[in-house]
Design a binder for this molecule. Structure first.
Ligand SMILES: Cc1cc2nc3c(=O)[nH]c(=O)nc-3n(C[C@H](O)[C@H](O)[C@H](O)COP(=O)(O)OP(=O)(O)OC[C@H]3O[C@@H](n4cnc5c(N)ncnc54)[C@H](O)[C@@H]3O)c2cc1C
Length: 531
């Protein structure tokens, strides 16, 4: 049956875009999660029409299709399907930027359009709009991330919030346009999220109900003034008051979009590697050494970063509000503008030292984080995946943690934005990380004025089978312990979807009914956030 399906796929696509040989399938198996999946084939369509035909063939031959956009879902499964024997539908060739409206500040993109590509396009065309990138680097898909409900920091940082209008190939081969998109000549498809009648976009995110072929994304018009705000706290006691302050600053829109609070360990892993020698191969990192490394790099115990922008007077007012709201709650607040960066660039690179830091190193860090807030995709966060990797990143222009066999699983629960909840959450996870001998590297992203999306990477050494087993048990223990106390992940890795879906829960029963109605043969991404 499978051979017949492949023969039919070859009728729709050129031979070179129907891959079954081991060498072509290999990159799709690279993964940072220690879980193997058999992949049957890879299809690389270039149009909606081809996807419609693929779906029809899959129904006839009962083939499971697993759509990916750029397949860099690092820490959540990369490109690997949830179950075995799927045919991956790689939408990377569909990388057209369909439209950019300068006045109404949106873009319409296909699945393969990357953050780097849209950024370059806006620059080349001198369009005064910017996107909000994630930390996953220039080669990740804008659409893929929105479907995962991922986020960045700064303006439009909640990517599903900034998505408007969708085109979806359904499992029966029909093409659905959401919002106003299904009305011929509708003028506000990419401007008004809700359309008329039931709002459907949500059911195509974190699900397996369709293959999304196009979305609208809201962009930010370049503001008159833009500054990054960096906050440093050197004492754990400051975290509670800092949280209260941040809540007010987000609620009053002083910060534009989400902002991050990074624990010392989290900042450190982006800048350093696990000191295997100094630790004589023992884990986890001891407190004295971690404090030493952090102080060399001027990292506080908690470190905030967010964007303020608007007119020059709005930015001035925001600076003042931040200083007043956080007075007595932090050790340092620094604002960085393009002008200050220029001054820093003029310091002599070779001998220069500022804030006790090598200027070249300081500039690299600041330019990376300032640029990301302003919409320039960067690889600066990717080295964190290599923390416990004993091998060096392969020397190529793209840092690819999955190819380099990094061990990373993201644990990402949502925490109410109160000091009590953050303390309770830490009291659950910190002993678990310690017991299994991993570092606790928390980032709290204030995604709105009410809650944090916590992202805690579980970083392990993939060359050590014993450590792999420990990491898996640690991850499962974290998810279960936090669920018991009401802290549920905003997103899951493919290793834990099965456990989440249960017949005992009305919610998952409704999801199951939707799945049966939209995909009765179960051909689309079986097991992905749904049966
Ligand atoms: C160091 C580091 C930093 C990171 N920082 C961030 C961050 O700041 N924010 C963040 O959100 N993530 C982050 N990530 C996680 C992840 O790498 C990104 O979310 C990345 O954007 C997801 O991969 P992708 O864009 O290639 O999407 P894909 O892998 O293509 O898509 C993700 C999933 O969505 C589904 N899907 C994709 N396309 C379609 C489609 N067209 N139709 C139907 N279903 C589809 C598939 O199931 C797929 O597995 C980070 C990872 C690392 C290692």
């Amino acid at each position: 049956v499978f051979d017949k399906a492949i023969a039919e796929f070859r009728r729709v696509l050129d031979d070179k875009h129907v891959c079954v040989d081991t060498a072509s399938l290999e990159p799709y198996g690279w993964c940072t999660i220690p879980i193997e999946r058999r992949i049957s084939a890879v299809l690389r369509p270039d149009s909606v029409e081809q996807i419609v035909e693929i779906v029809q063939i899959a129904n006839v031959h009962q083939v499971s299709l697993y759509p990916i956009s750029t397949g860099r879902n690092w820490g959540y499964g990369t490109a690997r399907p949830v179950r075995n024997d799927n045919v991956i539908v790689d939408l990377g060739r569909m990388n057209r930027i369909i439209e950019v409206r300068r006045d109404l500040a949106y873009a319409v993109v296909e699945p393969g359009v990357t953050q780097g590509q849209l950024y370059a396009y806006l620059q080349e065309q001198k369009i005064a709009l910017s996107l909000n990138p994630t930390g996953a680097g220039p080669n990740c898909s804008i659409l893929g991330n929105a479907l995962e409900r991922g986020f960045g920091i700064g303006p439009n940082g909640d990517h599903f919030q900034a998505q408007c209008g969708m085109e979806v190939v359904l499992a029966n081969g029909e093409v659905l346009r959401t919002g106003f998109g299904h009305y011929a000549g509708a003028k506000a498809t990419y401007l008004y999220k809700w359309g008329l009648g039931p709002y459907l976009d949500g059911i195509f995110t974190q699900s397996n109900f369709g293959i999304v072929t196009k979305i609208g994304v809201w962009l930010m018009p370049t503001p008159e003034a833009f500054e990054a705000c960096y906050i440093t706290c050197n004492s754990e006691h400051q975290l509670g008051p800092l949280i209260e302050g941040v809540r007010k600053l987000i609620a009053s829109n002083t910060f534009q979009g989400p902002m991050n609070l990074l624990h010392r360990n989290r900042a450190l892993i982006m800048l350093d590697r696990y000191p295997w020698d100094a630790m004589a191969n023992r884990t986890p990192l001891n407190e004295t050494l971690v404090a030493d490394l952090a102080s060399q790099k001027k990292i506080g115990i908690w470190n905030g970063v967010g964007a303020i922008c608007g007119s020059a007077s709005q930015v001035r007012a925001a600076r003042q509000t931040i200083r007043e709201t956080l007075r007595g709650k932090t050790d340092r607040i620094t604002f960085l503008s393009e002008r200050k960066l220029q001054i820093l660039r003029q310091f002599p690179r070779t001998s220069g030292v500022l804030l006790n830091m090598n200027i070249a190193e300081l500039l690299k860090t600041l330019e990376g984080s300032y640029g990301m807030l302003k919409g320039v995709p960067s690889q600066m966060a990717l080295p964190l995946a290599y923390w416990r990797n004993r091998a060096s990143p392969s020397l190529q222009s793209e840092i690819n943690p999955a190819k380099d066999r990094c061990g990373l699983m993201w644990f990402a629960p949502v925490i109410p934005m109160t000091a009590e909840d953050v303390t309770a959450f830490r009291k659950i996870i910190e002993p678990i990380f310690r017991e299994y001998r991993f570092e606790v590297c928390i980032t709290l992203t204030a995604i709105n004025a009410r809650c944090f999306d916590a992202t805690v990477p579980l970083l392990y050494d993939r060359s050590d089978p014993e450590e792999i087993r420990r990491a898996q048990t640690c991850y499962d223990t974290l998810v279960r312990a936090c669920r018991l106390d009401g802290y549920i992940p905003y997103r899951l890795g493919i290793q834990s979807m099965q456990e989440e879906i249960t017949n005992q829960d009305v919610f998952w029963r409704v999801v199951q009914k939707l799945k049966s109605a939209l995909d009765p043969n179960g051909i689309l991404a079986p097991g992905r956030y749904a049966p």
